[in-house]
Design a protein around this ligand. Structure first.
Ligand code: 4AD
Ligand code: MG
Length: 480
């Protein structure tokens, strides 16, 4: 039977016409007002049930969480709160939801904590909050593809299973088809991966960058957008073991072009959701206002969600070199009483998140692009500057988030790249395919990686990364 989605019914002007809607009961008040949601929008359609003329057995089965199909006439609503409603003529229960069972779940109509929602990750998509976040997640993803397509980029589907460690940080999940209870061994007793499915040791990708570089040096402008995996033991509200990363890579772009691209790209996708997701953003904005009421002043959001997003779109990001940032941090105190937990004593140290947040939230009060980092705290593939000690790296730091983007101009000079790899003990043989790009028509090129969940976190105003991905993977958590 043909039915209409709630979003379309709510926008319809076809009063006095018959519609069929299908969805899940969100509430049923006074045996009369049934709020139905089908996921197409944050808003419910109100269906008015004629309870005197409805079978009492059927009425009993209209309970929160049940799936129903309702056919009725669209009318202007007399009550406040909604423009239109459906006068139900025919109600079919597609799937019951026993109220006693529902009571034990997050489907029960009361306020549940986000922790509770996480424990029932398979049901949370039926809540307003998580539904709004997931619709926004989709729209952001769509806006990302749209931005690249509009600007002449090609998507490169880089492999998930790979033999390389792009970041050289050794945080990889190993992939094996060997029987690890009884693995084949080499002469010296180590597991013999040459007998494995791929005939070598492989892992889940930590970044599609190296493969994307090979594509950029042929297709010009490319991007990857896929899952990436990090076996780092980080139990924070900003880290996941499985997250999605967007990685553009552009031939003939230098670091300045790379910064321009990152800023333009981020502004575009944030503006895209401002233009296409107002209902969900409004809901999350109200939610934040409510949540903030029970928080101390210092922890409350300083701007309303949509104003915060508009601010990003309308203002330039501040570009600051690592060296300038260190000078600022050395001469600053995070507040009158407190010093940094990790004081900055010397040039060359990596910045901690407290430093990044100070720069963005207290000092500049806008997104900051830090560039020209010390070579020895960054990955092997970044282009060495003329000073011999810094590399053309850039991190985009965001208020409330910290590092949203990490990228660089790549080392395109074969001899210097090889020297660096040798110094870090990275096998030239294993990466011979990568070195080939520097042998055959090498050129200036740059790219970056944006952590998709960190962007979703910023756009939704949520505070824990585990609440913006359907099934978060983090240490100790992969139940299904
Ligand atoms: O800074 P990262 O490690 O950079 C790279 O992987 C480069 N190869 C990217 C490139 O140049 N193509 O990661 C990029 C971004 C970070 O800025 C952060 O937003 C996100 O990925 N990220 C994570 N997000 C969630 N959980 C984690 N464990 C993350 N690790 C990095
Ligand atoms: Mg980084």
């Amino acid at each position: 039977m043909k039915h209409t989605y709630v979003a379309d019914v709510l926008a319809s002007n076809e009063l006095h016409q018959e519609f069929t809607v299908k969805g899940w009961v969100r509430s049923f008040r006074a045996n009369q007002f049934l709020a139905l949601n089908d996921g197409s929008t944050i808003n419910n359609i109100q269906c008015v049930v004629d309870f005197e003329n409805t079978d009492s057995e059927l009425l009993k089965r209209i309970t929160v969480g049940a799936a129903v199909s309702i056919t009725g006439i669209l009318e202007e609503s007399q009550g406040g709160g909604q423009r239109v409603e459906i006068k139900a003529k025919n109600i079919i229960i597609e799937g019951d939801a026993d109220p006693e069972d529902v009571k034990l779940t997050i489907l029960s109509p009361k306020r549940h904590t986000l922790e509770k929602l996480r424990e029932q990750a398979h049901l949370r998509v039926r809540t307003n909050t998580f539904g709004a976040i997931m619709r926004l997640r989709h729209k952001l993803s769509f806006g990302i593809h749209q931005y690249f397509n509009n600007n002449g980029f090609y998507q490169a589907h880089t492999p998930i299973i790979t033999g390389s460690d792009a970041e050289g940080a050794g945080e990889m999940f190993q992939v094996t088809a060997l029987d690890l209870n009884n693995p084949p061994k080499t002469e010296d007793g180590a597991i013999d991966y040459s007998k494995d499915f791929f005939g070598k040791e492989t892992n889940l990708t930590v970044s599609g960058q190296l493969e994307a570089e090979t594509f950029a040096l042929g297709l010009g402008k490319v991007y990857t957008f896929g899952p990436t995996f990090r076996a780092e033991n980080s139990n924070t509200s900003r880290h996941l073991a499985e997250f999605w990363m967007v990685e553009p890579e552009v031939a003939f772009n230098d670091l300045d072009d790379n910064m321009d691209l990152a800023e333009d790209f981020i502004k575009y996708v944030i503006n895209y959701v401002l233009e296409h997701c107002d209902d969900d953003l409004a809901f999350l904005e109200d939610r934040q206002v409510q949540e903030d009421k029970s928080k101390p002043q210092a922890e409350r959001a300083t701007m309303r969600l949509r104003d915060k997003l508009k601010f990003i779109v309308d203002n330039d990001f501040k570009r600051v070199s690592y060296t300038e940032a260190i000078d600022i941090l050395r001469n600053s105190k995070p507040n009158k009483k407190k010093k940094f937990k990790y004081p900055i004593n010397e040039w060359g140290a990596d910045l901690q998140s407290e430093h990044e947040r100070f720069l963005v939230e207290k000092h500049f009060e806008c997104p900051v692009i830090l560039f020209d980092y010390p070579a020895n705290i960054k990955a092997f593939y970044m282009r060495l500057n003329e000073d011999g000690k810094t590399v053309r790296a850039m991190d985009v730091l965001f208020p409330g988030i910290g590092e949203m983007v990490g990228g660089s101009q790549r080392e395109e000079r074969l001899d210097i790249l090889k020297e660096k790899m040798s110094a870090l003990d990275i096998s030239h043989e294993e990466l011979s395919w990568y070195l080939d790009t520097r042998k055959f028509g090498t050129c200036t090129h740059s790219g970056f990686g944006l952590g998709f969940e960190r962007l979703v976190l910023f756009v939704t105003g949520m505070t824990n990364i585990r609440d913006v991905i359907p099934y978060p993977r983090f240490p100790g958590n992969a139940e299904f």
